[in-house]
Design a protein around this ligand. Structure first.
Ligand code: ZN
Length: 59
């Protein structure tokens, strides 16, 4: 788990990670986003990538 204070100027970078929960993998992001549980770790990574490349409008 990263716990750094990164100066934000402009769009915040999405640092995504994948966490395994039992036989499932869940993608998580430093912005607080969490993807759905996937049976495949690759699926979770795909969710993370698609999230990181999608700008959030709220916030
Ligand atoms: Zn994010």
């Amino acid at each position: 788990m990263l716990s750094q204070d990164i100066p934000v100027s402009g769009p915040a970078p999405h640092q995504t990670t994948t966490t395994e929960r039992g036989s499932f993998a869940v993608a998580r992001c430093t912005c607080g986003w969490r993807g759905p549980a996937r049976r495949s770790r690759e699926r979770a990574r795909t969710d993370a990538r698609s999230h990181a490349s999608t700008p959030r409008l709220d916030g």
